[in-house]
Design a protein around this ligand. Sequence first.
Ligand code: NDP
Length: 236
Amino acid sequence: MPSVRTVLVTGGNRGIGFAIAEEFVRQGHRVAVTARSGSGPEGTLTVRADVTDAASIDAAFTEIEASLGPVEVVVANAGITKDTLLMRMTEDDFTSVIDTNLSGAFRVVKRASKGMLKARFGRIVLISSVVGLYGSAGQVNYSASKSGLVGLARSVTRELGARGITANVVAPGFIETEMTAELSDAVQAEYKKNIPAGRFASATEVAKVVTWLAGDDAGYISGAVIPVDGGLGMGH
Ligand code: NDP
């Protein structure tokens, strides 16, 4: 029988986070999502939290712990983009993306580690991006935030690996969500030319990898960067 875990997915009200939460529910886990607006899929507990605010994360964890028990699996998924070329990028464009995508993950992982250390068990999955290692013109802020997650996961692995805690990075390529729907048809066609798989992925294809990494069979994988990108980033 696979273990049933208490899971938290940040940014679980839409897109990839919603699909991840849905897949954990489908597999029978106790699932909470954080959202600033809306709510997670059916069967999840939705709590309000903003990952740029440590106090709101702390309150969200306290609420989840009271309802579902200590968080054993955390998926840091909440993320934003503010794309523009370096010459036009303001300091606020840069720091606000880092604050949500990288510092936000730090705040969530730090809070989650308390209970995981006590339980001597934990699964941490950080949602990065192919551009974290590949780079991307117009995304200096975003790709820096996403490559920062690799250092975060690997350092957490070195600090907490002996306590039954794993920390891994999932690096999606182009996924069919609101984020990619904003791209024009011409830009989408251009991207698809460079993807060996020749298509974007569904959010569920990312979700299946995340749930597997959090599952019983992946206990000896830590500090890894798992691409879900149809071959786009090979070698990066
Ligand atoms: P969406 O824009 O659809 O959703 C982003 C999610 O993050 C929303 O739930 C949003 O909540 C939440 N969020 C943003 N800022 C905050 C904040 N300050 N505090 C709490 N929650 C916040 O994005 P996707 O589903 O496309 O992306 C999810 C993750 O996957 C992101 O980290 C993204 O970088 C990454 N990714 C996406 C790819 C893609 O092709 N779509 C490719 C590679 C990586 P709210 O609705 O309340 O604002």
